[in-house]
Design a protein around this ligand. Structure first.
Ligand SMILES: *[C@@H]1O[C@H](CO)[C@@H](O)[C@H](O)[C@H]1NC(C)=O
Ligand SMILES: *[C@@H]1O[C@H](CO)[C@@H](O)[C@H](O)[C@H]1NC(C)=O
Ligand SMILES: *[C@@H]1O[C@H](CO)[C@@H](O)[C@H](O)[C@H]1NC(C)=O
Ligand SMILES: *[C@@H]1O[C@H](CO)[C@@H](O)[C@H](O)[C@H]1NC(C)=O
Ligand SMILES: *[C@@H]1O[C@H](CO)[C@@H](O)[C@H](O)[C@H]1NC(C)=O
Ligand SMILES: *[C@@H]1O[C@H](CO)[C@@H](O)[C@H](O)[C@H]1NC(C)=O
Ligand SMILES: *[C@@H]1O[C@H](CO)[C@@H](O)[C@H](O)[C@H]1NC(C)=O
Ligand SMILES: *[C@@H]1O[C@H](CO)[C@@H](O)[C@H](O)[C@H]1NC(C)=O
Ligand SMILES: *[C@@H]1O[C@H](CO)[C@@H](O)[C@H](O)[C@H]1NC(C)=O
Ligand SMILES: *[C@@H]1O[C@H](CO)[C@@H](O)[C@H](O)[C@H]1NC(C)=O
Length: 473
C-alpha cells in the first residue's frame, strides 16, 4: 500500500506528490528514499542555505575559548533579506554568541533578530525597540534545523512576523546545536533557557536601541523553554525580565511509563538522553530504524524528514525495548530536565489549546498545578488560559489578541488584578461549528514557489502520522 498525499497547491508546481512508500521497517533503502523525497519537497525549499555547512557564518571562531556567556562572537548586522521570506518593511540580523552547556562549558550559539519597520511606541518614545525573546518549537535535531537558516523563521505569522509587524524586535535563539557545531540536547529546557537568556544579553550588547526590559514567549518545545526561563529568573536572573508566555508547553518531556509510542519526537529525545545520561541506543532501537534516524541526521533532515523516516511504523517496529522510558537514564533525565514545581522569577501566562493533538493539555495542567503549589509563586501571576477547541498551532492564531495585549501590558507595567494562580477559558462566542480549526492557507508569492509552508505546518492528512510526544504522567 502507498500513502499518496497531494500537497495542496504545491503539487501542481512541483510536478510531484509526497509519496510515503509503505516501507517495511527492515528496508533501509526504501526508508532513506522516502526520507530524501520528503526533505526535498518540504524542507530544502525553506532553507536559506543547504547544507548549512556551506554558510561560513555558522563556523565556530577560534576565539570562542576566551568568551564569557552572552558575549558576541560574530555579528551580521544586516542580513540579506532576499534570502528570507520575512514581511515587507522588516529586516534581519544574525549573530553568534557564547552560551553554556550542561557542564557549564562555554559553547557557540547562534540567533537572529527580526526588526520591525518602526518600533512600537512605549513611554511616548519610539527610539527604543521593545524586545521579545522568542523560544521556538521543535524544528529537528541537526544543525540544519536552525531557525536563523529558515526562510520563514519557522513560525512566520503564528508569532514572529506578527510580533515584528506590531513593532517588537524579536530576538530568536537557535538553541545550541541548531546552527552551531555542537550536540543538540533536544527538550533539555534549562539548557535552551541559557541560550535564550544569553541571546538577549548578546543582542543588547551590540544593539543599544533594544529595550532593557524584555518578555519571553515560546511555543511547544519553546513553551517548556519559556517556563524554564521564568524558573531561571528566580535563581540566576538577568536584568529586565517582565514575564514569560508558555504556549502549548510539555513541562514533562517524557513520562516514565511503558510502552513508548511511535512518535519521532520521542525517538529524537532518546538521542538527548543517550548524550546526557548514557542511554544505550543500540539496546533500545531495532537496528534499521536507528540507522534511519542516523540517516536523517547525516543529510541534515529536520522534523519532516524525521516524520518520513518513521511515518508508517508502530513502536515495536522502531524499538526492541518499548520500556526504555522507565530506564534509569530516562528517569534521571525527566527528574533533572522537566520544568514546573519551582519558584518563578516573574509572571507567567500559559496558553494551551484544549484540542491540542500534539501536546495535549494534561501535561500543561499538571505543570501548572505543580508550579501553583510552590508558596513563593503566590506573589506572582500564573495564569492558565485554555484556548477552547483549538489545536497545537491554531491556538496561537486564536489567542493572538490576548497574548499581544499581555505583552503590551508588561511593557506598560500594568499591574495584575490578582496575584497567584488562575485558570480561564478563552472561547469564541460564535457557533462552534462555524469556527475555523485548521491552518488551511499556503501562501505562494513568487515563481518558483516560495511559501510559508514551514516544518511544523503539516497538511491535515499528514496528521495521523504525527502523533506527538509522550505527555508526563
Ligand atoms: C526510490 O524512489 C524512486 C523514485 O520514486 C524509485 O524509482 C526507486 O525505486 C526508489 N528506490 C527504492 C530503493 O525504494
Ligand atoms: C572574537 O573576535 C570577534 C571578531 O574578530 C570580536 O568581535 C569578538 O569580540 C572576539 N571575542 C572574544 C571573546 O575575544
Ligand atoms: C542578496 O541575495 C540575493 C539573492 O541571493 C543576491 O542576488 C544579492 O546579490 C545579495 N545582495 C547582497 C548585498 O549580497
Ligand atoms: C559557570 O561558570 C562561570 C564562569 O564561566 C561561573 O561564574 C559560574 O559560577 C558557573 N556556574 C555553575 C553553576 O557552576
Ligand atoms: C519605559 O520607562 C521605564 C521607566 O523609565 C523603563 O524602565 C522601561 O524600560 C521603558 N520601556 C521601554 C520599552 O523602553
Ligand atoms: C507493528 O507492526 C508490525 C508490522 O510492521 C506488526 O507485525 C506488529 O504486529 C505491529 N505491532 C503492534 C503492537 O501493533
Ligand atoms: C527494557 O528496558 C527496561 C528499562 O530499562 C528494563 O527494565 C528491561 O529489562 C529491558 N528489557 C529487556 C528485554 O532488555
Ligand atoms: C490539577 O489540580 C486540580 C485542582 O486541585 C485537580 O482537580 C486536577 O486533577 C489536577 N490536574 C492534574 C493534571 O494534576
Ligand atoms: C509575598 O509578598 C509579601 C509582601 O511583599 C510578603 O510579606 C510575603 O512573605 C510574600 N509571600 C511569599 C510566599 O513569598
Ligand atoms: C472551561 O471549559 C471546560 C469545558 O467546557 C469546563 O469544564 C471548565 O470548567 C471551564 N473552566 C473554567 C475555568 O471556566
Amino acid at each position: 500500500m502507498r500513502y499518496v498525499f497531494p500537497l495542496l497547491g504545491l503539487a501542481a508546481v512541483c510536478h510531484s506528490q509526497l509519496v510515503l512508500d509503505s516501507c517495511t521497517p527492515t528496508d533501509l533503502a526504501c526508508i532513506e528514499n522516502r526520507t530524501r523525497a520528503d526533505q526535498a519537497l518540504l524542507e530544502i525549499p525553506n532553507a536559506v542555505t543547504y547544507p548549512i555547512q556551506n554558510d561560513p557564518f555558522y563556523e565556530t571562531p577560534a576565539n570562542i575559548s576566551q568568551a564569557r556567556p552572552g558575549q558576541i562572537l560574530k555579528l551580521e548586522a544586516q542580513s540579506n533579506v532576499s534570502s528570507y521570506d520575512i514581511p515587507p518593511g522588516q529586516s534581519l540580523s544574525r549573530f553568534m554568541y557564547a552560551s553554556v552547556d550542561n557542564f557549564n562549558n562555554t559553547v557557540p550559539a547562534t540567533g537572529s533578530i527580526l526588526w520591525p519597520f518602526t518600533p512600537k511606541t512605549f513611554n511616548g518614545s519610539s527610539t527604543t525597540y521593545p524586545l521579545v525573546a522568542w523560544a521556538h518549537g521543535t524544528s529537528g535535531i541537526t544543525r540544519q534545523c536552525a531557525v536563523s537558516n529558515t526562510r520563514n523563521l519557522q513560525y512566520d505569522f503564528r508569532s514572529v512576523f506578527t510580533l515584528a509587524s506590531l513593532g517588537y524586535a524579536v530576538v530568536i535563539a537557535d538553541y545550541v546545536g541548531l546552527g552551531s557545531d555542537q550536540f543538540f540536547n533536544y527538550l533539555a529546557y534549562k539548557l535552551h533557557a541559557n541560550d535564550v537568556v544569553y541571546s538577549i544579553v548578546a543582542a543588547q550588547s551590540v544593539f543599544p536601541e533594544l529595550s532593557a526590559e524584555w518578555v519571553s514567549f515560546g511555543h511547544s518545545e519553546g513553551g517548556g523553554v519559556a517556563w524554564a526561563i521564568a524558573e531561571r529568573q528566580a535563581t540566576s536572573p538577568i536584568p529586565g525580565f517582565l514575564g514569560t508566555i508558555a504556549a502549548a508547553p510539555p513541562p514533562f518531556p517524557i513520562g516514565n511509563t511503558a510502552p513508548v509510542g511511535n512518535s519521532v519526537f520521542t525517538a529524537f529525545l532518546s538521542f538527548t538522553i543517550a548524550h546526557l545520561y548514557g542511554l544505550d541506543l543500540t539496546a533500545i532501537f531495532n537496528p534499521i530504524p536507528l540507522q534511519a534516524l542516523r540517516y536523517v541526521q547525516s543529510i541534515g533532515g529536520c522534523n519532516d524528514a524525521g516524520y518520513a523516516a518513521f511515518a508508517t511504523f508502530n513502536a515495536t517496529d522502531i524499538y526492541s525495548n518499548t520500556s526504555w522510558p522507565t530506564s534509569e537514564p530516562a528517569v534521571s533525565f525527566a527528574r533533572d530536565y522537566s520544568v514546573s514545581g519551582r519558584a518563578l522569577g516573574g509572571p507567567m501566562l500559559i496558553l494551551q489549546g484544549s484540542a491540542d493533538s500534539v501536546v495535549g493539555p494534561a501535561g500543561a495542567i499538571a505543570g501548572y498545578n505543580a508550579t501553583c503549589a510552590v508558596p513563593a509563586n503566590a506573589n506572582t501571576s500564573v495564569e492558565y488560559v485554555s484556548v477552547v477547541d483549538q489545536d497545537h498551532n491554531p491556538s496561537l492564531y486564536a489567542s493572538q489578541s490576548l497574548w499581544l495585549q499581555w505583552i503590551e501590558d508588561r511593557f506598560n507595567h500594568v499591574p495584575f488584578l490578582q496575584s497567584g494562580c488562575s485558570m480561564r477559558n478563552l472561547s469564541s462566542a460564535r457557533p462552534a461549528e462555524s469556527v475555523q480549526r485548521a491552518e488551511r492557507f499556503v501562501v505562494e508569492y513568487t515563481e518558483p514557489w516560495i511559501t510559508i509552508f514551514s516544518s511544523t505546518f503539516l497538511p491535515r492528512f499528514y496528521w495521523p502520522f504525527d502523533l506527538g510526544y509522550q505527555q508526563g504522567s
